[in-house]
Design a protein around this ligand. Structure first.
Ligand code: BEZ
Length: 304
């Protein structure tokens, strides 16, 4: 016996006629009659009084009708509950580099949440190689990062390049300069960078930037995280090169100064697995582009 048989039986009982029930069910009458006969054979009892007009159920038929209604209603309930559970359990996991929380990431997540209210959005702070590793292991679906890492398992979009700034203590001689500072002027400073992890990361990017201008900072310390580096700047222990959006992090006695050098930029990448088939990847990309459009920020959509 299948749910289909119960539906047919209920339709016949309620229409009190095989012909009317067949019309309602959009099937021909002979197969409907056959299905009811099969049901009667399986149950070993007649469900309808033969020859009654309008069609009436037997006592067994009436009992079976009440049970069938309960079962069909349960089945519908199970379907709805499962559909609802399925909706909330759909999850997208996003990896992000710490400084991106100061930029457009919160706005992107907020808009994406509005567009997908039943989606579970999980955020995981990951930097550099850890993003690629997490993508490969399926721990995250999409990453927003700053480091260009080529790996056959992933593809990426360089969304834009963000200007870099120098975070300096308010007592620093440069702190109240009205002109942009050059990297050459910062070369002899104690420089703090982050994060302290193996492999290519933001700190390597900053060091390479000095090298690009033939400079090599002698005092370059890599700390655990962005907040720690800015804390050291606030303590007057040194300076830190940060993406422009970080200036929204207001530490007492930390001033943010523009850098003069044209190469002083940090890229922002959107990275996904090469074989990505995530249902929410494309909508997330579109949401990112929508936020850029709303903010009137130029960006690139090319995938590498
Ligand atoms: C941005 O600031 O441009 C950005 C931050 C996170 C994700 C995507 C873009």
């Amino acid at each position: 016996m299948e749910l289909r048989h119960l539906r047919y039986f209920v339709a016949v009982v309620e229409a009190q006629s095989f012909t009317k029930a067949a019309e309602k069910l959009f099937i021909a009458q002979p197969p409907l009659s056959r299905q009811i006969q099969n049901l009667e054979q399986e149950l070993g009892a007649p469900l309808f009084e033969r020859g009654s007009r309008p069609l009436r159920t037997t006592a067994v038929g009436h009992f079976f009708y009440q049970q069938a209604l309960k079962l069909l209603s349960n089945a519908e309930e199970i379907k709805l509950i499962t559909q609802r559970a399925g909706m909330t359990e759909r999850t997208i996991q996003l990896g992000y580099s710490s400084s991106l929380l100061c930029g457009l990431l919160p706005r992107i997540v907020c808009l994406f949440r509005q567009q997908h209210p039943n989606l579970n959005i999980k955020l995981l702070e990951l930097n550099g190689m850890a993003q690629i590793q997490a993508l490969k292991e399926g721990r995250v679906d999409v990453c927003f990062g700053r480091v260009r890492i080529s790996d056959p398992a992933v593809k990426r979009v360089q969304l834009r390049e963000e200007r870099l700034m120098a975070a300096v203590h308010s007592s620093h001689p440069f702190a109240n300069q009205r002109r942009p500072i050059s990297l050459a002027e910062l070369n002899d400073e104690q420089i703090f960078s982050y994060p302290s992890q193996a492999g290519p990361g933001y700190a390597v990017q900053v060091k390479s930037l000095f090298l690009e201008y033939g400079l090599e900072p002698k005092r370059f310390a890599v700390l655990d995280c962005l907040q720690q580096s800015l804390g050291m700047v606030a303590a007057g222990e040194g300076i830190c090169i940060v993406p422009e959006s970080v200036k929204m992090m207001q530490f007492r006695h930390v001033n943010y100064l523009p850098l003069a050098d044209s190469a002083a930029v940090s890229p922002i990448y959107l990275i996904v697995r090469n074989d990505d088939e995530g249902q929410y990847t494309r909508p997330l990309f579109d949401c990112v582009y929508q936020v850029y459009d709303l903010e009137a920020i130029e960006y690139d959509r090319r995938v590498f």
